[in-house]
Design a protein around this ligand. Structure first.
Ligand SMILES: O=C(O)C1=C[C@@H](OP(=O)(O)O)[C@@H](O)[C@H](O)C1
Ligand SMILES: C=C(OP(=O)(O)O)C(=O)O
Length: 448
């Protein structure tokens, strides 16, 4: 982990002089948008995504599918007031499936969903598909997808790396069948194989053989979205064998889907209510969802507030006090940076457990959180599978972000309560929330 020169891209994180009181409309879910794009591309008829997230990760997914021959048209839906509205709301993507063609090149950036969900799609193309991405993408685990696809009949050139860069030698179809994988380093291995499986000749039977499986809500999301386009899925949570998922071969329907707001991106705004003892409402919070961010209702309530779901959305009200928490975040790992930031401001220590796999995310999040919170005077130690956080008075300073959008929002959160925090490269929030700095200052009612 190298230090970025201090003069580069330092964003003075606004300090909150009082309690926030705001309504914040959060753009669409990254995880839902990228699954919906893949399923729409594999369908047998055109479909719509309304209010898709338009951020680096989802634009990379759309661009990659276009490179394979899929039509994705930008339109302004009837509910829209203006094309290109800053938060992307009101816009729609019309997805027109087509035969998948190689040769093609895919830039995955550092998007786990693109680097894992698209290689199975590429096996269905009629030529080679080359995958490359950011330097960090070479270090993120992909072996589960590569090895499984080989067992299912694919030809992949990765020069023995088990990682990017690589070329999938698409043959126009894939046998499919049974495969064992160890998905303990990423649930996205399972989701990746299931999403394309209706188009494999024999569908798929995936058995997870590893010690643990993180991010179960994201696998539920995959299963739910497959079923919604007509796929037949057998899985452990509805009476199937433990750790086994089966998808039958079938055609997929085109869907007209309104994408839910990204509840993990709602996290910093809800946390602002907790940290300042204020109140924040997130409109369109779904009554039922598979998004892991829904767990924030319980987690932040335990840390010192209350929430209410009404027609106006989810309103979270801070109590003015923040309590430490002892919690297993294995199911909701992507919430860890925001929870760690809040925990560093609490009135008692916290233990965050079950998130060893975060060492393989956008950056090593356990190391990065420890170093950066301690750099502001905090007292955080890494455990084998998480963090111990003992709150101490913090001071201003540079909060490095390591190209990690959730490190940037964690730094902004600390800045609400600690004067003089400067977040390095806040623009890295473009991975999933390009308008974050503007949304943050609007929430605080600060003139831009
Ligand atoms: O399938 C998905 O959309 C995701 C699954 C999770 O990945 P891991 O299981 O690798 O943590 C999550 O952290 C990531 O942000 C999104
Ligand atoms: C882990 C994350 O992303 P990715 O989809 O790249 O794995 C995240 O958004 O927190």
């Amino acid at each position: 982990m190298t230090d970025t020169p201090a003069h580069l891209d330092l964003w003075p994180a606004p300090y909150a002089s009082g309690a926030v009181d705001a309504t914040v409309s959060v753009p669409g879910s990254k995880s839902v948008t990228n699954r919906a794009l893949v399923l729409a591309a594999l369908a047998s008829e055109p479909g719509w995504l309304r209010r898709p997230l338009r951020s680096r990760d989802t634009l990379l997914m759309a661009e990659a599918l276009r490179a394979l021959g899929v039509g994705i048209e930008e339109t302004v839906s009837s509910s829209s007031t203006a094309a290109g509205a800053p938060d992307g709301r009101g816009e729609a993507w019309r997805v027109i499936p087509a035969g998948l063609h190689g040769p093609a090149s895919v830039d995955v950036g550092n998007a786990g969903t693109v680097m894992r969900f698209l290689p199975p799609v590429a096996t269905l193309a009629d030529g080679p598909v080359h995958f490359d991405g950011d330097a960090r993408s070479y270090e993120r685990p992909l072996h589960g997808v590569i090895d499984a696809l080989r067992v299912l009949g694919a030809r992949i050139d990765d020069e023995g790396r088990g990682a990017l860069p690589m070329t999938v030698r698409g043959g126009g179809a894939l046998d499919g069948g049974k495969v064992d994988i160890d998905a303990s380093s990423s649930s996205q291995f399972v989701s990746a194989l299931l999403l394309s499986a209706p188009r494999f000749n024999q569908g798929v039977e995936v058995r997870h053989t590893g010690p643990r499986l993180p991010s179960m809500p994201h696998i539920r999301m995959t299963v739910d979205m497959l079923r919604a386009v007509g796929a037949q899925v057998d899985e452990p949570e509805t009476g199937g064998e433990p750790n086994v998922w089966r998808v039958s071969p079938s055609a997929l329907l085109g869907r007209d889907l309104v994408i839910e707001p990204d509840l993990s991106n709602a996290q910093p705004f809800l946390a602002a209510a907790l940290v300042t003892g204020g109140r924040v409402t997130i409109p369109d919070w779904p009554a039922r969802t598979t998004q892991p961010g829904d767990a924030l209702r319980e987690i932040f309530t335990e840390m010192g507030g209350s929430c209410e779901l009404t027609d106006a959305g989810l309103t979270f009200t801070g109590s003015g006090r923040i309590h430490g928490i002892d919690v297993d975040l294995g199911e909701v790992g992507e919430l860890t940076p925001g929870i760690a930031a809040v925990a560093a401001l609490a009135d008692s220590p916290s233990t965050l457990r079950g998130v060893a796999h975060l060492r393989l995310h956008e950056t090593d999040r356990l190391a990065a959180l420890t170093k950066e919170i301690n750099g502001l005077g905090g007292d955080v130690t890494e455990t084998e599978d998480g963090l111990h956080i003992r709150p101490r008075p913090l001071r201003g300073g540079i909060f490095h972000t390591y190209d990690d959008h959730r490190m940037a929002t964690a730094g902004a959160l600390l800045g609400l309560a600690v004067e003089g925090v400067r977040v390095e490269n806040v623009a890295t929030t473009a991975k999933t929330l390009p308008d974050f700095p503007q949304m943050w200052t609007e929430m605080l009612a600060i003139e831009a």
